[in-house]
Ligand binder design. Structure first.
Ligand SMILES: [Zn+2]
Length: 336
């Protein structure tokens, strides 16, 4: 004789609870994206060679410190020329910062308009300045190159929302460019910025043992591997879904890319707030930083030895491909 358990009230409640639990589990583990063949095809053309060209041109300018008006102008001219060549109309956004009178007081911004919600904006960015005396190949010519390549492959891809490519100044002086940028959102209330994907040093990879240091290692919760062959995805609690989106894009489009997820928990670590996504967090906007972890892996950090020859451009290409795919999906690529 069959059990009559599910015909009792208690049994029906239990069955319903199990079903709801299963649905929630399915919902939270399902991939937030449906991969697009068009996106897969476009990001394939982001390779080491194209990134190398950008990084060489930028590092040949020399240190690009915000107080060096000439080097900053050369840097902005290079980025602008590449964007114009792709058909963008880059705009120099004056950094509003009382007391700063250096030469590099602009952020450079270019937009690809959304087809359905042009006033909803998703941002990808990197800082273009360096500390004095460092040519900044990894910090952060690598990130600038990644954003330029994303701008190239996304140029003619129709997306529902607007994608904004941001090149921040004065990061090394205390995130001044990005703070000014975020403060400026209030001036255009009709346009809603949804957050930032920040490329902050993406070209240092170490495959040997004990090549990865950490500010702190907490077993299970936040324990960076000891081999420095991954990109870190750092987000705070409010950025969790954006980190999930990036990681889903990495899983589907660039499965060879190793990443360490400091998604959500990143907000609890001071070292994870040391770049241009931090002003977004402070304004309750999502922000994710992709980073090779700076001095915790790269011994050339902020030194004159942060040069082109030390970089792993295949690694940078993998990160850039995943970042470009994430922007396509965040902006709402049609058919995906
Ligand atoms: Zn940096």
């Amino acid at each position: 004789m069959a059990s009559r358990f599910f015909s009792t009230k208690k049994g029906r409640l239990l069955a319903a609870a199990v079903l709801v639990g299963a649905a929630i589990t399915w919902w939270s583990f399902r991939s937030p994206i449906t991969p697009s063949a068009e996106v897969a095809d476009r990001i394939q053309s982001i390779g080491a060679g194209r990134l190398a060209e950008h990084i060489k041109q930028l590092t040949e300018i020399g240190p690009r410190d915000g107080n060096d008006a000439e080097a900053t102008r050369a840097t902005l001219d290079y980025i602008s020329a590449r964007l114009r060549g792709l058909g963008y109309e880059p705009v120099e956004e004056v950094i509003d910062w009382p007391g700063f009178e250096g030469g590099g007081s602009v952020n450079l911004i270019a937009e690809k308009r959304g087809t359905k919600y042009p006033n909803k904006i998703v941002e990808i960015g990197a800082h273009y300045d360096t500390v004095p005396f460092s040519p900044g190949a990894d910090d952060n010519a690598s990130g600038v190159a990644g954003v330029l390549e994303a701008a190239r492959v996304l140029r003619d891809l129709p997306t529902e929302r607007t994608i904004r490519f941001c090149f921040f100044g004065l990061e090394e002086m205390g995130l001044i460019g990005s703070q000014s940028h975020v403060a400026g959102f209030a001036k255009t209330p009709e346009r809603e910025v949804l957050g930032l994907l920040n490329l902050e040093m993406i070209a240092c990879r170490k495959t040997g043992p004990d090549t990865q240091d950490a500010p702190i290692r907490i077993p299970i919760i936040a324990s960076l591997p000891t081999t420095g062959d991954f990109i870190t995805v750092a987000g705070d609690m409010g950025s969790g879904w954006l980190g999930n989106l990036f990681e889903a894009c990495a899983d589907s489009y660039v499965p060879e890319l190793e990443y360490f997820s400091a998604n959500r928990i990143g907000g609890f670590f001071g070292d994870a707030a040391r770049s241009d996504h931090s002003p977004y967090w402070n304004s309750d906007l999502p922000g994710i930083m992709l980073t090779d972890t700076a001095e915790f892996r790269n011994g050339n950090y902020h030194d004159p030895t942060d040069i082109f020859e030390t970089l792993d451009l295949e690694f940078a290409a993998q990160v850039s491909r995943a970042a470009a795919a994430a922007m396509a999906h965040w902006a709402g690529v049609s058919g995906a």
